[in-house]
Design a protein around this ligand. Sequence first.
Ligand SMILES: Cc1ncc(COP(=O)(O)O)c(C=O)c1O
Length: 465
Amino acid sequence: MNKKNLTRREFLTVASTGTIIAATSGGIGAYGNASKTTGKAAILGGKPVRAKPFPGWPVWDRGAEKHVISILRSGKWYRGGATTVTEFEKKYAELMGAKRCVCTVNGTNALLTAMHALDVGVGDEVIVSPYTFIATYNVVIGSCALPVFVDTDPETFQINPDKIEERITKNTRAILPVHILGLPADMDRINAIAKKHNLIVIEDACQAWMAEWKGKKMGTLGDLGCFSFQNSKHLPCGEGGAVIGNDEELMDRCHSFHNCGRPYGSVKKTSNYPIIGTNRRMTEYQAAILLSQMKRLEKDTERRNQNAKYLTSRIKDIPGILPHRLYKEVTRAAYHLYPFRYKKEHFNDLSRDKFLSALRAEGIPCSSGYGPQYNDGLIEDALNSKNFKRSFSKARLNQYRRENHYPDNDQLCKEAVWFGQNMLLGSKKDIDDIADAILKTYENRDKLAQSDKTSSRYKKDSIAL
Ligand SMILES: Cc1ncc(COP(=O)(O)O)c(C=O)c1O
């Protein structure tokens, strides 16, 4: 498989299982905090900067093992009549600073639950970022609503708040901001626009556990916030998700809906099934793993933030390397990924693919990130579906097709480079290795650009990184 085509999850799996290449290297650099060059690029036959793998992910301990086994032995595997899911919901709500939490089977279903509870669906238009994991597109389309994309701000990697209002129509019902890569979107602007136009806000915080906006956790700033606990996530349990919120009645509806529409709280017991529902319940095992994983979340988040800050300080002055910008209101990011933009014109036109191959050869796993997924066929498939044709006029769908272009996002997709969250869990030396490898690649740019046969070998090998 070509590394370029790895999905985020494949990349995170590869990055978190580490890389073993060859020997080590010395100090480096003449830009920013760096001091001297390190010689020939590894991809051209030099010594790699790094031979050691980065910290692996996920990490677990005996406590989790004991708890999971005790649940197995109890025979109480589902939440009905058991306590583990409920205990996690309470603790997670508390940690997030929300009144309530309802756990779901995964983040996709957390988003679908929130959409349902807020009655966002058929014929509605939902404002959303194109630069996101495909699940965000899917939940809007799956609810038979139109995903109306707003171009990305390449500096922040987030939805561009300046471009939201021009996409609002009389059918717009909700904004679905995504705190993508674990970096907060501009919630002050988004909430102000939503208020002005009377729109619902559902936060896709599926990559943003513990990230904060002016001291408040992401997921608590909109009407409802949704999280994923999938294997690659900072709070992982294989598959899992949660909706959090402060409105008791709304949360009762989420709970009832995720449990086949059975009565819950203000969803009164007028019958066995007073509202529409489905089964999106989390199992007890999932919650047991989450309770254990939650213990490390604060410390890990702090470390990722410190290391991200240090990495930015090390690479920000290297020509052609543009680290992401955090809004000034961000008091903490989650750093599910560490992103920067690569400007090849500063690297003697060395393509991003070759730049990535060169970094991998130095022992640094990296990814090109999301592509322009709105061109992948799923949007056209949705627009041609019976449901969409019934829910939206032909004129609206044709206008949508004409407007389905996001130049800033297209450009970002060509320039982005990501490092995985686990790489930020290591030591200062690990971060120095990343910065040194980038600088070494910069210093070798002329030779690398000349070499047209370099990348293929490492592209092929990269799945083993
Ligand atoms: C931004 C975003 N939204 C939604 C999801 C869906 O979560 P899950 O995979 O748990 O269904 C993910 C998961 O990766 C995500 O990254």
